[in-house]
Design a binder for this molecule. Sequence first.
Ligand code: SF4
Ligand code: SF4
Length: 285
Amino acid sequence: MKNRLVWLQGVTCNGNSHSFLNLPTLSSFLQTFEILYHPLLPSLLTLEQLPDANPDILVVEGGLRRGWPKADTDLFDLFMVLAQRAKRVVVVGSCAVYGGIFKEYDQEITGVLFDKEKKSKLYDQFSHKTINIPGCPANPEWIAFGLESDTMHLDDLHRPKELFAVTVHSGCTRNEYFEWKVDAKGFGLKEGCLFYEQGCQGPYTHGSCNTILWNEINSKTRSGTPCFGCTEPTFPQKDLFKTKTYMGIPAKMPLGVPKRAYLTITGVAKSFFIPRLNKRLIDED
Ligand code: SF4
Ligand code: SF4
């Protein structure tokens, strides 16, 4: 029997719904579900019928807020009714997971299990059946993974380890530049690491953006844009686009890297000039 799915939108820009529509295998993937309600896809129920829905899987996109009207009821109450009935809750996008961008303007907004880094008031009630797929937006393949897998290993923030036990730095094509400390001088260039001069958050950010590519071909760092750290509860951060340093040493070490090891390795690397990495790939204008 197909799992019945309801996709509930809270306070959101719609970005995760749009991301999901870019899933390369969307049409065959959707054949495996019964879509009771999705705001953009053909659905068996209307928005007004949502309070009567009885889903197996409840997807939540967008932050939760009391007093936010949805389907002629309060968003928070609607969430409570549907989440209690659902066998599994899949929370997609950083607003639904932690509060996200909208929380910057309205402190009443919260994620389902987390309010920034802290556990929310809903944690004890729903943590046993909830998985978090953060991202701004979440990669469509991550969302698909969350919808179809029911045996997962989750980290402390309820993110599947299969997707989030690596950093964005893992699999980045610029690792060689990072190791030799050759930085890109601007956005969009093929050469150089984006860490020091463009503020890349890849070494601090859990996510498989460079191993499960977007639309099967690209990622931010591959296209020459620094990672903004959108899968972490600290997102959105201020003062991006430059890594803070003290006397040339990053104020914050890459995840899991001891300071002493980092200083030793980078000290050695900096003392060499690597012609291939310091030249442009196509050396003409
Ligand atoms: S661009 Fe970012 S993710 Fe890629 S190697 Fe540099 S710091 Fe790591
Ligand atoms: S590269 Fe960074 S900012 Fe971009 S989607 Fe991945 S985690 Fe988010």
